[in-house]
Write a protein that binds this ligand. Structure first.
Ligand code: ZN
Length: 527
């Protein structure tokens, strides 16, 4: 499991104590892809603590960043463009700010997924003066920082008018529109420029103020290493878009050693999480948000999906098709490995890192597709049917697990399940049964005889249905088609033996007899 290998390597380099950090700008609904970062860091913290190393887990909301992209759903927010997210009103009128609102929404999701970092907000850190020392350094050493930017990014735009801070305009409250003119060691002289950026218009104010205590913020690439220094971060990974050569992380790393005087934290890069084939864009309302994934998957499964692949491997999640049943099957294999029922060390560890809060109980895990089938048969006593497949009465843990699966199955059937997973047991003999051939009706009569003779598990009955079709000389399509026509009125359906075994025997016998004898239009005496 990649977490174990990463943490082993990490502990070889730094025995600890560790501070593991991840962060996000709360610019809107957080796309589902950002959960990958949170959960990877959470797994690392879990493994560090298991190894006996002290580890603190931090998650930052960079809410002193300016709004630089108009939220599509909030056209009336245009006047706030360029202001820090912490200073923009919440869209619901209740949260402390726009930044708080979206931060809370995202935090609620990762909390549900079992990640419990200590949350901090950069707005509060700036106002409390926690970045003052870093701001002073950055302004004093502006020449070194310009040099590093030119060296690492090869940018031609870094001239002597470039400064590593953005000042909060005292007149209009924007922070994304200001240019520093001069730093005298106490105050910055600045202009709130109407044309600095395309996405916001500065008010034209020209003033002087202290950059401390929230008066200014560091540019993103400078703020990152400043945070490492202020929070004593020792581990922080990032999405591969930050980890390109000459990219954000390279700049931050160089600044960390040469300006803030400490080595950059242990780093690792991870690939995107694609949802339905698309990379999740951060600021536009495209595709799935983090909050949506917990409406599609139960928390353990969402964690399993995200935590399982190697960091450098893209995660692709398309909730349609067979994705969810397959994910459930794989999750069940991981559970079996974890509880020692099968041999697979990697899957066992993956299950461990997919745990949410409570220790999972050992229990019977009926296949998801079967539960989805049972959930569509209101005539069936679900617990009894599952107990029959298990071959023993259900325990309390079995029942809890079954209830979760039933809820998931119902949700899946109502949303993403392909049509071929859906069926309905017809209360009366369907019209389609009229087309049954004499051989098919003989077959149904033989099935009825077999079911009258003894009770069957689904698997046993299914095997027997195959044997009977050989005897009658029917193809699988003809044989099983006869059963589907008699019960569902369709040509296909769930595994037939299992479906018949789950239904009430009296109902099954009556329907089989009726279909065998009584196909519409072939009644005795009919023309
Ligand atoms: Zn202004």
């Amino acid at each position: 499991m990649w977490v174990d290998r990463l943490v082993e390597d990490l502990l070889r380099q730094h025995p600890g104590p560790h501070v593991v950090n991840d962060a996000k700008t709360p610019s809107g609904h957080v796309p589902v892809g950002h959960l990958r970062g949170v959960l990877m860091h959470d797994c690392i913290v879990r493994a560090l603590r298991d190894a006996g190393a002290a580890a603190e887990f931090l998650y930052g909301f960079d809410d002193y960043d300016p709004m630089d992209d108009q939220p599509p759903a909030l056209p009336h927010y245009e006047p706030y463009m360029g202001m820090p997210f912490s200073n923009i009103p919440s869209p619901d009128g209740r949260a402390a700010s726009y930044g708080h609102y979206y931060a809370e929404e995202f935090a609620a999701v990762f909390t549900q997924l079992g990640a419990h970092p200590r949350i901090y907000r950069t707005s509060e850190m700036y106002r409390a003066g926690q970045f003052d020392e870093a701001i002073r350094r950055a302004l004093d050493q502006v020449a070194v920082i310009r040099e590093i930017y030119r060296e690492v990014t090869h940018s031609k735009r870094i001239d002597d008018g470039w400064w590593p801070v953005q000042v909060l305009c005292e007149r209009c409250g924007r922070i994304g529109t200001t240019n520093v003119v001069r730093w005298d060691g106490c105050e910055v002289e600045y202009v709130c420029a109407p044309d600095k950026v395309a996405w916001a218009r500065g008010c034209g104010y020209h003033g002087r103020r202290s950059p401390f205590g929230g008066g200014a913020k560091l540019l993103y690439r400078v703020e990152w290493p400043a945070k490492w220094a202020v929070l004593h971060v020792t581990v922080e990974g990032a999405g591969k878009d930050h980890m390109t050569r000459g990219g954000t992380h390279d700049v931050a790393e160089a600044l960390s050693t040469r300006v803030f005087g400490r080595p950059a934290p242990y780093a690792f890069a991870y690939e995107f999480l694609l949802y339905g084939g698309k990379k999740m864009s951060t600021s536009r309302a495209v595709g799935a948000t983090a909050a949506e994934i917990v409406t599609v998957l139960r928390p353990e499964l969402a964690r399993f999906l995200i935590v399982r692949p190697l960091p450098r491997r893209q995660v692709e999640f398309d909730p349609g098709g067979d994705t969810i049943p397959n994910l459930y099957d794989e999750y069940d294999r991981a559970a079996a490995a974890y509880f020692g029922e099968i041999e697979n060390g990697d899957l066992a560890r993956t299950f461990y890192f997919s745990k949410v809060d409570d220790e999972p109980s050992r229990c019977y895990r009926p296949r998801f597709v079967k539960v989805a089938q049972l959930a569509q048969m209101p005539q069936v006593d679900l617990e009894r049917a599952v107990a029959r497949d298990k071959g023993a009465p259900l325990t309390e843990a079995d029942r809890r697990e079954l209830a979760l699966r039933v809820a998931d199955a119902r949700r899946w059937l109502a949303t993403y399940a392909p049509e071929h997973y859906k069926f309905e047991i017809q209360a009366r003999l369907p019209e389609a049964a009229a087309s049954l051939s004499p051989a098919q009706r003989r077959y149904l009569a033989r099935v009825a005889d077999a079911m009258r003779a003894r009770s069957w598990t689904g698997e046993e009955l299914h095997a027997h249905l195959h044997a009977l079709k050989e005897e009658v000389g029917l193809s699988p399509r003809e044989a099983f088609g006869a059963i589907y026509k008699a019960f569902l009125g369709t040509d296909s359906g769930p595994q037939a033996g299992w479906m018949l075994a789950a239904l009430d025997p009296a109902f099954v016998l009556e329907r089989l007899a009726q279909a065998a004898r009584d196909a519409v239009g072939q009644r005795p005496g009919a023309p």
